[in-house]
Write a new protein. Structure first.
Length: 179
């Protein structure tokens, strides 16, 4: 009976993670065209566009394009900060998927190694990958959540990396295209 209860709990946790990932992606599909127009709605629109594009789990969407287009008509520095905040907060979805999915993890030995690695190197890894323009950052968020990284550390690391990435892209493109 104990084994069956544990199995049901694990299946329930996995289904919950999948549900959260799917629900987090719904606004992107429903309001895709509206999200693309949000960056012209000022700073609040930019924040929402960046948040929603990064709230999708495993779907290739980026707030960089919105930040770049908004910075052409609004203050570039403020756009970078707002874009960084929106994208960092959007990444919390994958973080919490990892935190919830941690309960369903089958191999506890691997999970303990992940926890130890995240505790030792988590902030630097999250900051680095948040800065790099590579797809699949959701895996980092899920790993950080599963590794029990404190949410304030994860969010701080995301905010630093994502904001620096926004500044880099916006100002490099402004230099290249003389915007």
């Amino acid at each position: 009976m104990k084994v069956m209860t544990k199995f049901i709990r694990n299946v329930g946790s996995v289904l919950l993670v999948i549900s959260i990932a799917c629900i987090g992606s719904i606004p992107f599909f429903i309001f895709k065209e509206g999200i693309q127009n949000l960056s012209v709605a000022g700073y609040a629109g930019l924040f929402m566009a960046c948040f929603l594009t990064n709230a999708t789990v495993f779907l290739p969407a980026s707030g960089i394009a919105f930040t770049i287009s908004a910075s052409a008509v609004l203050s570039p520095g403020i756009c970078c900060c707002i874009g960084g905040m929106g994208t960092a907060l959007g990444e919390l979805i994958s973080f919490y998927c990892g935190k919830i999915g941690n309960k369903a993890a089958g191999n506890r030995m691997i999970l303990e190694k992940v926890k130890k690695y995240v505790k030792k190197n988590g902030f630097a890894i999250v900051s680095l990958f948040a800065f790099l323009p590579v797809p699949g950052f959701d895996f980092i968020g899920i790993t950080a959540g599963a590794g029990r990284m404190p949410v304030y550390k994860y969010l701080s690391a995301c905010l630093i990396g994502k904001t620096l990435k926004m500044f880099l892209f916006v100002f490099v493109l402004q230099k290249i295209y003389k915007i």
